[in-house]
Design a protein around this ligand. Structure first.
Ligand code: SF4
Length: 354
């Protein structure tokens, strides 16, 4: 059982982050923000997959106008992602952003930051301070010689203190590096120094395959230590893949309930197409909420034993397999009927429509 660090709670359009609230999954659209229909469609797909908060890039004034339209057409909590131009942050807040993400390394002078804070204060929305190894303030780079964990920490703490000096506490911080160990060290130190909620993730982590693994290691280590209130798995690919990865990370740590599909690694004894069936089962249950362990096993040697530990499972034989429900062998099923049979039984067990 993971004991979570008690951070201060903020809310993003009613979604609580920190203070013991369940870890929130978020992502970011990768459509052109000005293509409002495509962006809205992606926001829908993301939330349909389990994303609770969506960030949208605001690179220019045209994007602010598009953001305003998007805001009117969805109730999903939206975060405006701003780099360099504090005026865009203020405009995005006026356009209805539920949170703004600014980077202390590139937003400019304290005076400009204060203007953003004043706008967030009057709109009663939080600010995410996004410290990133790729855009650390030059004096810190000079002081530490690189974007070392201490340099990242110092940047985050200075920004927290600055916003506090303006009487602003509705803050969440992310410290991200593309190096997993640097990120872990920096986030650990931040957790020791501050009770501000943390948004965690590995920045520019890579492709769906490598980035999911690197993110799972970095985010997983931190969450296992009770650190992290909201997560984003950053992947070069369809952002919906980020949600699937995030859910698996949370389920693996017992921080989220839902279906878990286990499958044997296959070997020379395998008699059914385990990988294909397991993949189809994973897709079939992707929106399911009920916690259920579903096993897809390749043979009758270890299969029945492993499947018996699951709520429902298939142990493959030659062209057919054994359906096992709650440890009991129920019936033989032909290979081509397996998916359909699992669907029928899972729907009956969970009362959910797949
Ligand atoms: S369950 Fe059977 S097929 Fe799968 S890895 Fe184990 S022995 Fe091989």
């Amino acid at each position: 059982m993971i004991s979570r660090k008690n951070t201060r709670q903020i809310k993003v359009r009613g979604v609580p982050i920190g203070g013991g609230a369940p870890v929130v999954i978020q992502s970011m659209t990768n459509t052109d923000t000005c293509d409002t229909q495509a962006t809205l469609a992606q926001i829908e797909r993301l939330t349909g997959a389990g994303c609770r908060i969506v960030r949208v890039a605001i690179p220019d004034e045209e994007a602010v106008q598009a953001f305003k339209k998007i805001r009117r057409q969805t109730n999903v909590p939206l975060v405006a992602d701003i780099h360099f131009q504090y005026r865009l942050a203020i405009a995005a807040i006026e356009a209805g952003a539920d949170k703004v993400r600014i980077n202390p390394g590139n937003i400019g002078s304290e005076e400009r930051i204060k203007k953003v804070v004043d706008a967030a204060k009057s709109a009663r929305i939080p600010i995410r301070i996004g410290v990133n190894s790729g855009s650390l303030e030059k004096p810190l780079l000079d002081k530490y010689g690189s974007a070392a964990p201490r340099a990242l920490l110092e940047s985050g703490l200075a920004a927290i203190a600055l916003l506090k000096s303006y009487g602003f506490d509705e803050v969440i911080v992310s410290i991200k590096a593309s190096d997993v160990v640097t990120t872990i060290d920096a986030c650990r130190m931040l957790a020791e120094h501050s009770n501000v909620p943390q948004h965690i993730g590995i920045t520019e982590s890579g492709t769906v395959r490598s980035g999911s693994i690197r993110s799972a290691v970095g985010i997983g280590v931190l969450l296992a230590e009770g650190i992290g209130d909201t997560i984003r798995v950053s992947l070069a690919g369809d952002p919906v893949e980020e949600i699937h990865a995030a859910k698996e990370i949370l389920k693996a740590l017992g921080l989220m309930s839902g279906p878990v599909v286990i499958a044997c690694p296959t070997c020379g004894r395998t008699q059914i197409d385990v990988a294909k069936l397991a993949e189809k089962v994973e897709k079939m249950v992707v929106r399911m909420k009920t916690p259920l362990r579903i096993a897809v096993m390749g043979c009758v040697v270890n299969g029945p034993g492993e499947a018996a530990d699951a709520d429902i499972g298939i142990a493959g034989g030659k062209g057919e397999g054994l359906l096992i429900v709650k440890g009991q062998a129920v019936k033989k099923v032909k290979e081509k009927e397996m998916l359909k049979t699992l669907k029928k039984y899972i729907e009956e067990m969970t009362k959910e429509k797949l």
